[in-house]
Ligand binder design. Structure first.
Ligand SMILES: Nc1ncnc2c1ncn2[C@@H]1O[C@H](COP(=O)(O)OP(=O)(O)OP(=O)(O)O)[C@@H](O)[C@H]1O
Length: 535
C-alpha cells in the first residue's frame, strides 16, 4: 500500500475541517510529499489539508521548503513520493495546466501579466480555452459584469505597464477568480502593496473564502497577516512539517518558535554617534532621468548622504526609487546632473565602484546582481575575482582562494546552500539576498546602496540583514536605504526623504521622531501641495 493510500482514511477528516468550512472532508490534501534535488531533500514527507472556506497560512524560514511544497501541489515539480487528493479523489497533477483545470491557481511574487496588453486582453488570454476569433465586445461585457461583483477595482482598458504595483497585484488575484480557482495559493501577495491595500486585498479574500468555500493558502513572513486573516497555520522547517494548528490558539512567539527552533536571533547593534558623520559621501545634484512626471523617472535637485548615517528613501513603488538605485549602481545613465562620491565625480562603472568603495544590493538580486547559472562561490567572487588577497590586480583565477572565501562568507552570513558550487539560482529567494549582501559588505564600504534589502526575507533573516546594515553604518559607511516598507525605513534611518513622482518632496528625521502619517501623506502625494514641496 502506498504512503498516500495508507494516510487516506485518517487524513480524510482532519481536525478543524468541519468547524472551519462546514465540510466533511478537506477540499484539498497534499499527503506525504517528498521532493529531492539530487542528494538533497527539500521536502520531507509533508502533509497539509485545506478545508473549504479556510484561510490557511504556510510559514517557514527562507529555504524551509514552502515554494517547493506549493510547486509540487501545482504540478511544477513532480514529487518523489506522496500525492494530492482533491474532493476526496487522488489526482495526478503533472503540469500547471492540470492544476488550473482542477481549479488550483497561484499568485506569484513576480508578476505574470503581459505588460503591453490591457487588463481585459490579459484576462481573456489567460483562459485555457480561447476561441480562434475573439468577440471582444462580448468578452468586455462579461468581464465588466464579473468585475462589478468584485470590490477590488482595476481599469479594464489600461495597459498593464501603466498600472501601479498594487493594481497589478489585484489584477493577478482577479485573474485567478475569473479563471474559477477554488484553491488559491498566494506567495507573499502583500509585499508590493501599501498597508491599506494589503488590508483591502486580504480582507476581500477572507470574506470571499467564507462566502464561496474557496480555500486560500497564504505564504507569508508577516505574523500580523496570519493573526488578522488566517484560520489555521502549517509551519515548515528544513523541509519538514514541524507544527500546525489553529491561529487563535497560537501566539506569534509560538509560531516564531516553531519556525526557528532554539536558534537565537541576531541582536540589532546600538546606533553609535559617529564622529565622521559630517563628511559627505554621496552627493547628487540636479539628477534627471526620463521625462519629468512619467512613471519611474527621476528629477532630484539635491541628495546627500554623509559618512556614518543611513538616509532612507520612502515612497510607493514607481515613484523613481528604482531608477535612482540604477543611476548609482551603473544600471542606468542620468540624462543630466552629477553624482559625486567623497568629492570626486562618480560614473558608476565597475572600476569606479571598486576604487570608491561603493557597494550595492539592488532589487531582485537574482536578476540584477547574480548570474543564476553560475555557482554561489563564483557569484560571491564577482567583486574580487581579479584581485589577490592584498587587493592588487591578478590575471589568473585562484579557485581555491575563491572557494575558501565563499565558505567563509557562507558561514558568516548563514547562507543556506547545498555547497559553494551549487548554482545560485537553486537557492531560495532569501538566501540569494543574503549571498549578495555578504559579497557587497565583504570588503571596505564607503557607500552602501540597499534597495528593499529585506524583501521576501523571514524575520530571522530580517534581523540579520538589519544588523549588518547598522554595523556598516556604525563603522562609518554612508548608507542609502531604499525601501517600500515604511516601518523598515523608520526603524533604520537617521534621516528620511520621501520620493513622489521622481522628486524628493519631504525630508524628516528617522527613528522615533518620525511621523509615519505625515510621511504616508507625502508618499501618496496628498501633502505636497499644502507644504509647498521640498523642505
Ligand atoms: N531546483 C532546485 N534545485 C536544487 N535545490 C533546490 C531547487 N529548488 C529549491 N531548492 C532548495 O530547496 C530548499 C527549499 O527551497 P524553497 O524555495 O522551497 O524555500 P522557501 O521556504 O520557499 O524559501 P523562501 O522563503 O526564501 O522563498 C532550499 O534549500 C533550496 O535551495
Amino acid at each position: 500500500m502506498s504512503a498516500l493510500a495508507r494516510s487516506l482514511p485518517e487524513a480524510a477528516t482532519p481536525a478543524g475541517a468541519s468547524e472551519i468550512g462546514g465540510a466533511e472532508r478537506p477540499l484539498l490534501e497534499a499527503v506525504g510529499l517528498t521532493k529531492r534535488f539530487g542528494a538533497f531533500t527539500a521536502l520531507d514527507d509533508v502533509s497539509i489539508a485545506l478545508a473549504a472556506g479556510e484561510f490557511h497560512a504556510l510559514l517557514g524560514e527562507n529555504g524551509a521548503g514552502k515554494s517547493t511544497l506549493v510547486k509540487c501541489m501545482l504540478g511544477y515539480y513532480h514529487p518523489d513520493e506522496g500525492g494530492v487528493i482533491l474532493d476526496g479523489r487522488e489526482q495526478t497533477i503533472a503540469s500547471p495546466r492540470d492544476a488550473r483545470r482542477l481549479g488550483i491557481g497561484m499568485v506569484y511574487q513576480h508578476f505574470t501579466l503581459v505588460p503591453s496588453m490591457t487588463v481585459l486582453e490579459n484576462l481573456v488570454m489567460s483562459r485555457s480555452e480561447v476561441p480562434g476569433v475573439i468577440d471582444w465586445r462580448k468578452e468586455r461585457r462579461a468581464l465588466s459584469d464579473f468585475l462589478q461583483t468584485m470590490p477590488l477595482k482595476v481599469p479594464l482598458d489600461t495597459k498593464v505597464d501603466r498600472l501601479s504595483s498594487g493594481e497589478r497585484q489585484k489584477t493577478e488575484i482577479l485573474k485567478q477568480l475569473y479563471l474559477g480557482s477554488r484553491i488559491l495559493v498566494l506567495d507573499e501577495p502583500t509585499s508590493v502593496l501599501t498597508p491599506d491595500e494589503a488590508r483591502e486585498v486580504l480582507g476581500f479574500l477572507r470574506a470571499r473564502a467564507l462566502e464561496t468555500g474557496m480555500s486560500v493558502l497564504l505564504i507569508t513572513h508577516k505574523f500580523a497577516e496570519v493573526t488578522a486573516f488566517c484560520d489555521r497555520v502549517t509551519v515548515l522547517r528544513k523541509g519538514a512539517k514541524v507544527g500546525e494548528g489553529k491561529v487563535a490558539a497560537l501566539s506569534t512567539a509560538d509560531m516564531a518558535g516553531m519556525m526557528i527552533g532554539e536558534r537565537e536571533l541576531a541582536a540589532v547593534p546600538e546606533r553609535v554617534v559617529n564622529a565622521a558623520a559630517r563628511e559627505s559621501v554621496l552627493f547628487a545634484r540636479n539628477l534627471v532621468s526620463g521625462d519629468a512626471g512619467t512613471r519611474g523617472s527621476v528629477a532630484i535637485e539635491a541628495l546627500d548622504v554623509r559618512a556614518g548615517e543611513i538616509v532612507g528613501i520612502a515612497g510607493i513603488s514607481g515613484n523613481g526609487q528604482t531608477r535612482l538605485v540604477e543611476l548609482i549602481s551603473g544600471q542606468a545613465r542620468p540624462d543630466a546632473g552629477e553624482i559625486r562620491v567623497k568629492g570626486a565625480p562618480y560614473d558608476a562603472s565597475r572600476a569606479a565602484a571598486q576604487a570608491m568603495k561603493v557597494r550595492c544590493l539592488p532589487e531582485e538580486p537574482l536578476r540584477n546582481a547574480c548570474v543564476g547559472r553560475m555557482s554561489v562561490a563564483e557569484n560571491l567572487a564577482f567583486r574580487s575575482f581579479d584581485r589577490g588577497a592584498d587587493g592588487a590586480p591578478r590575471r589568473l583565477l585562484d579557485r581555491s582562494f575563491m572557494r575558501r572565501e565563499a565558505e567563509r562568507l557562507i558561514a558568516a552570513y548563514q547562507v543556506k546552500t547545498q555547497s559553494p558550487s551549487a548554482r545560485i539560482e537553486t537557492l531560495s529567494g532569501g538566501n540569494v539576498q543574503r549571498a549578495v549582501l555578504a559579497r557587497e559588505l565583504s570588503g571596505e564600504t564607503d557607500l552602501l546602496v540597499a534597495a528593499n534589502p529585506c524583501f521576501g526575507l523571514d524575520f530571522g533573516a530580517v534581523a540579520d540583514i538589519r544588523a549588518q546594515i547598522l554595523k556598516a553604518r556604525n563603522e562609518g559607511a554612508a548608507v542609502l536605504l531604499v525601501s517600500e516598507d515604511l516601518d523598515e525605513i523608520v526603524a533604520l534611518s537617521d534621516r528620511i526623504a520621501v520620493m513622489f513622482e521622481g522628486r524628493i518632496v519631504f525630508e524628516c528625521a528617522g527613528g522615533e521622531k518620525a511621523d509615519t502619517r505625515e510621511i504616508g501623506a507625502h508618499m501618496a502625494g496628498h501633502a505636497a501641495a499644502e507644504t509647498g514641496g521640498t523642505h
